[in-house]
Design a protein around this ligand. Structure first.
Ligand SMILES: [Zn+2]
Length: 158
């Protein structure tokens, strides 16, 4: 689903929150900002991807790729690998602004030179640190179904 950068979030009704802004909901049919994203910002983005919200049963493909890849995309960074396209992230700026991005945003940056808005990059670098107690508290406000990945891996019998 295409959403203009910094427009009001509307993808999932139960995840709408006042002031929540879209970032990185790209479409192959719409132009998007391109440029270089710093390594520090990529590291911060990856740290957010490790704490996904809004998990779905299915997955989204990239429609910027031609031909469209078969099956879910995966990405590797600093020795870890993640599957993309089945969840979202929340990024909390110190200003109080909150951004919602699909996990595919990583692929858009890496493979399609997508340049997210400056204020989003600033929030990645200087906002609420992913994994911190403040982050976990905030992210639960934005997705009551949030489950910390560490809790998932610790669950017996899975
Ligand atoms: Zn692609």
């Amino acid at each position: 689903m295409y959403c203009k950068d910094l427009s009001a979030y509307r993808y999932a009704e139960h995840l709408k929150r006042r002031g929540l802004r879209n970032v990185g909901w790209l479409s192959g049919r719409k132009p998007y900002a391109q440029g270089r994203v710093s390594d520090a910002a990529k590291d911060a983005l990856w740290a957010h991807l490790l704490l996904p919200v809004a998990r779905m049963r299915g997955f989204h493909e990239c429609d910027l790729c031609a031909p469209s890849p078969k099956g879910p995309l995966s990405a590797s960074h600093n020795g870890a690998t993640l599957t993309l396209g089945w969840a979202e992230i929340r990024v909390f700026a110190n200003s109080g602004r909150v951004y919602a991005a699909p996990t595919l945003v990583w692929h858009y940056v890496e493979a399609h030179s997508y340049a997210p808005p400056d204020e989003f990059v600033a929030a990645l670098l200087d906002g609420v640190a992913p994994g911190s107690p403040a982050f976990i508290e905030r992210v639960c406000e934005y997705d009551s179904g949030f489950v910390h990945p560490a809790a998932l891996t610790k669950r017996p019998g899975r």
